[in-house]
Design a protein around this ligand. Structure first.
Ligand code: ASP
Length: 324
């Protein structure tokens, strides 16, 4: 009896302590880890969200880049961080595709994290160096096939969105090309602009400005419909690659065991940030679509992640020969 009342007093104390901690949280800066290089598309989304979350949180959210090939380092770091709400992870579709691409990972997307919510969905674009000789998608395909031993495709390593898109593209055209891996598509874009690699597939959050200024050539978008910020770029689907559709969704995570009151605050702060008209406009200008409020939730992110893992595993298995 005595033991029981001691245990229940302890439970009450712990709950009270967690809720007091939650009420005070945050008392200092929060870190948002990004799995890819600064200046790239994931980093761009992170910086917009981080800045806007600072206001409702009452503390700055500092973006920290932990680039690694395929983006597999940052999730591991966040998994091992103290679950106190001061270390968060922003990541994209790679959370769902890496399990099918790696024999072993040092984190489990489905059990090592708390979910905060879905952020936005970003289409990709197939782009080539500015002096690429093809004037349209058909010429582009013909050129690639005719010069396949000389072509190079840039990506951000196995498990990155650019890797997924490239693998699906090569599989669709049944042509294996040389890939060059970077720790993010910011450095990849740098080499594409310098003409050191031939083409890549990357999010509109990184490619819109370069396409509009004509510094790179765009041959198609990976969304079902054209993107309103790039109305002249046809979809791959409408150019004959029936059903070719890749959308890069982003989510926000915290380490497993983060107290509920802290998570609640993070959820409401993220939702507040995504309501901000300047955030929505910035995303729309870059071709990104903000998820509706009902999907900016822990349950929606968890459900989506699981559904995406199940969706991509068999597709990746089929395209795997083009993975390296
Ligand atoms: N766009 C990259 C990718 O392929 C990542 C990045 O640099 O943000 O996943």
């Amino acid at each position: 009896m005595k033991t029981l009342s001691l245990v229940s007093s302890l439970v009450v104390l712990c709950t009270a302590a967690a809720s007091a901690f939650g009420q005070q949280y945050p008392t200092h800066n929060v870190t948002m880890m990004v799995p890819y290089a600064a200046g790239g598309p994931t980093d761009t989304v992170a910086r917009v969200v981080a800045q806007a979350m600072g206001k409702p949180l009452g503390q700055s959210v500092i973006v920290e880049n932990h680039p690694s090939a395929g983006g597999i380092l940052a999730p591991e770091l966040v998994k091992n961080a103290k679950p106190d709400g001061y270390t968060l992870l922003i990541h994209h579709i790679g959370m769902a595709t890496t399990p099918a691409l790696y024999r072993s990972l040092r984190f489990d997307a489905l059990s090592d994290f708390e979910y905060i919510g879905l952020i936005n969905d970003v289409p990709m674009t197939i782009i080539a160096r500015g002096n690429f000789p093809a004037k349209d998608f058909n010429e582009f395909l013909a050129y690639i096939k005719a010069n396949k031993d000389k072509m190079s495709y840039a990506n951000a390593g196995i498990g990155a969105a650019s890797h997924l898109c490239g693998m699906l593209f090569m599989s669709a055209i049944q042509t294996d090309l040389l890939t060059v891996a970077y720790k993010g598509t910011a450095p990849a874009m740098h080499d594409l602009l310098g003409g050191r690699v031939d083409f890549m597939c990357d999010q509109t959050t990184n490619t819109t400005a370069q396409i509009r200024s004509g510094k790179v050539k765009a041959y198609g978008v990976t969304s079902k419909q054209r993107v309103s910020s790039l109305p002249d770029v046809p979809t791959l689907d409408e150019q004959g690659m029936k059903g070719f559709e890749v959308g890069i969704w982003h989510g926000l995570y915290a380490p497993k065991g983060t107290p509920k009151p802290v998570l609640d605050k993070l959820v409401s702060s993220m939702q507040e940030a995504l309501k901000d008209q300047s955030v929505r406009k910035r995303f729309a200008d870059l071709g990104a679509e903000t998820y509706p409020l009902e999907r900016q939730t822990p349950a929606a992110l968890q459900q989506h992640l699981k559904a995406e893992i199940d969706k991509w595993a068999p597709i990746i298995k089929k395209a795997r020969v083009y993975a390296d």
